[in-house]
Design a protein around this ligand. Structure first.
Ligand code: GP9
Ligand code: MN
Length: 688
């Protein structure tokens, strides 16, 4: 035995031996922290392997720097490098515990005021065991100070050190390739910090975050107040005014924004085996108080949900690449729906059954003026409550009620559903509908999850009726984007009962529902052509709030002067006359390919320039953070430091609000809770 120790000691007396010990201990503790402190959600063998090995390449690279130096200095350097990495690990443990997200450089810089008030609660968050991340440094220090290990004075051959650096870089690259193969668009689409750590590692995440912040700061630095002039001019010309018939019809009402995940318009009144997929949404669609738009298109790009949210609540486009919420959500200035309404006396809350970090919602929502963000952590979660990204819709909507009932009214509540998301999985016990039978496995179960969402919606609406909320709320429904992407043409053809699918059909397939219910509204199916960018002015005007001074790129769909131009993010567009996809132009109403005469051709190119200009000006607003220069009349800029989505904080605020204003539902109804008024058939919630 003592022979073994002697050998180990001998190996450690060698600088490379000590180096390897440092790397291995660092690797082990990082992996320990991954498993015990973060919820990274590694699924499948590939992700597990990547998670296991991902601390190694950057550790080799960084500790390897020390090998370029000789003597004591190289040992001291190894300690310092370890200390820096460990501090980063330590800080992230604490931050994650409170916010379920990783620290971004934007936050360290206090960008735009989002500091997340971590300092105040540090003592409460800290566990003594957290210091274990420094244990390896202490151990190494002890071994050296007490001369258990001797310092190896020899210089490591330069060839070796440089070889190691190159090898580590190669490993980082290989890791990136493997990750991208598993999750394409990992860095370009920027979904979630959890993904970057899960695939690439915490150090790589630090570099990525630094790069993001640098990019943000740079584009911001280069822009100046006068950049707004062109934007203001455009917005002024683009304004289509209001329709007095509708303006203020729903003034002062609560607002529910119900986000129907991946829900396409074709599902409305669609039948499978003679049965409607979404009978309840169909009913809502033709309710005498619902305005239903049947030529309403999603306009998202890579940011998908995030792009939809950006358009719906800001009337600004998502970016041509990546997600504006992730890259420009934390520090930019916004004049978003929640902030506008909050300043008119509304309580503002977002509800979602996924982790808060996805699409950087936890930071972006502060910039948008959300007082509350009820994310996954606010819900009771049992293993079978989840599917795909998070909470199943029936459970999500039911369990949201315990927060909704306490919100001082009027409130603006956005509920983001999730179950109808690719790959459209459901537990057997939740399947209550036949699948399609196109032979495409991705497409076929789509109607089953859509049906599930429809049932969840019915349960929620029943609750609204029972509690009286239906009467004093305006309810907005929208589908955020496609559920079946353009890559499934043969299945789409079968689904639409067509022989072949052309670009016109694909453009039609971008239609999503947009419905607005309010009992003061005279409902109809409205054929106006529009898209997500137009939702906000339309909604605001119904609430009696003018938007003509706001930097919003959409038009009110109810105004008679609406131009009915729907730009897609890649510059293609649809209008009430033309559908232009690439070089093809079709008649919008029936898809007939058009050979344009001179007049038509001039018309199409003038629409094209308008579309291009609109998209590029919207990008300019986001890249340059131009709203920071814009004083919107009667609007106070959002103080992001006011918001804290930590659960304890939010719950105590909710109870305070509750006591103060007697405007919340349970006070009005004089009941303790309305949860028992919610009926669901979710099998997971059945009492045994
Ligand atoms: C995740 C959810 C999905 O929280 O919003 O986003 P998507 O993949 O649809 O963009
Ligand atoms: Mn989505």
């Amino acid at each position: 035995m003592s022979g073994f120790f002697r050998n180990v000691r001998k190996a450690l007396n060698n600088k490379i031996g000590f180096f390897l010990l440092t790397v291995i201990l660092f690797w082990a503790k990082t992996y320990y922290v991954y498993l015990n402190e973060f919820t990274l959600g590694s699924k499948g063998l590939m992700q597990q392997i990547l998670l296991f090995v991902n601390p190694i390449p950057s550790a080799l690279l960084l500790f390897g720097i020390a090998l370029y130096f000789r003597g004591k200095l190289s040992y001291v350097l190894m300690m310092i490098i370890n200390m820096i990495q460990s501090l980063w690990l330590f800080a992230n443990i604490l931050y994650y515990r409170e916010f379920s997200d990783f620290i971004s450089f934007g936050i360290i810089k206090g960008a735009g005021g989002v500091q997340n008030n971590l300092g105040k609660s540090l003592v409460e968050i800290l566990h003594p065991l957290d210091f274990i991340v420094f244990a390896d440094i202490l151990l190494a220090l002890g071994l050296l100070l007490f001369k258990v290990i001797k310092i190896d004075d020899r210089r490591i051959k330069f060839k070796f050190s440089i070889g190691l650096s190159i090898l580590s870089l190669f490993l980082i690259f290989a890791e990136y390739q493997a990750s991208n193969a598993d999750r394409s668009g990992l860095l370009t689409r920027t979904f979630d910090n959890n993904y970057i750590v899960k695939y690439l590692g915490l150090n790589e995440y630090a570099v990525f975050s630094a790069y993001q912040t640098h990019k943000e700061v740079k584009t911001k630095k280069d822009s100046k107040p006068s950049d707004l002039d062109e934007v203001k001019k455009y917005i002024k010309n683009n304004n289509d005014g209001i329709n007095p018939e509708y303006f203020g019809k729903e003034k002062g009402k609560n607002v529910f924004i119900i986000h129907l995940e991946s829900f396409q318009q074709f599902l409305i009144n669609y039948k499978v085996n003679g049965k409607y997929v979404t009978p309840n949404l169909n009913k809502f669609y033709k309710n005498k108080h619902t305005l239903s738009f049947d030529n309403f298109y999603h306009q998202v790009a890579q940011g998908k949900t995030a792009d939809a949210e950006m358009m719906m609540e800001n009337s600004l486009y998502g970016l041509p690449q990546g997600s504006a919420m992730s890259s420009y959500g934390t520090s930019n200035t916004y004049q978003a729906a929640p902030a506008i309404l909050n300043q008119k006396g509304y309580t503002t809350a977002a509800f979602h059954g996924d982790v808060p970090s996805f699409w950087n919602r936890d930071n972006t929502y502060k910039s948008w003026g959300y007082q509350y963000f009820f994310d996954k952590e606010y819900y009771n979660i049992k293993p079978n409550y989840n599917i795909g990204y998070g909470l199943k819709d029936k459970i999500f909507l039911k369990d949201s009620v315990k927060y909704i009932e306490k919100l001082p009214q009027p409130f603006y509540a956005k509920l983001i559903t999730l179950t109808n998301h690719y790959p459209y999985e459901l537990d057997k016990q939740n399947v209550d509908f036949p699948s399609l039978n196109t032979g495409d496995n991705t497409v076929d179960p789509y109607v089953q999850t859509a049906h599930y969402l429809d049932q969840a919606f019915k349960e929620f609406i029943n609750y609204l009726k029972k509690t009286g909320l239906m009467k004093n709320s305006m309810i907005v429904l929208y589908g955020d984007h496609y559920g079946i992407s353009d890559n499934h043409k043969p299945a789409i053809a079968k689904l639409l009962k067509k022989k072949n699918i052309n670009n016109y059909d694909l453009a039609e397939f971008k239609k999503v529902p947009f419905m607005i219910y309010g009992n003061n509204i005279k409902g109809k199916v409205d054929h106006t052509y529009g898209g997500e960018i137009d939702a906000l002015p339309t909604i605001m005007h119904l609430l009696g709030i003018k938007t003509n001074k706001s930097i919003m790129f959409g038009q009110d769909l109810l105004s008679n002067k609406n131009e009915q131009i729907v730009p897609f993010r890649n510059g293609d567009f649809v209008t009430n006359k033309y559908t232009k996809i690439g070089n093809d132009v079709f008649k919008a109403s029936n898809g007939k390919p058009l050979k344009l005469n001179i007049n038509q051709s001039n018309e199409v190119s003038s629409i094209q320039s308008k579309v291009d200009k609109e998209l590029s000006l919207s990008d300019k607003v986001i890249y340059g953070d131009l709203l920071r220069f814009y004083q919107l009349k009667n609007f106070k800029s959002v103080d992001k430091t006011k918001y804290n989505y930590g659960k304890q904080h939010a719950l105590s605020m909710l109870n305070d609000d509750d006591k103060k204003d007697k405007d919340d539902l349970i006070s009005k109804l004089k009941v303790k809770s309305t949860e028992n008024m919610y009926k669901t058939d979710a099998p997971e919630l059945k009492k045994e």
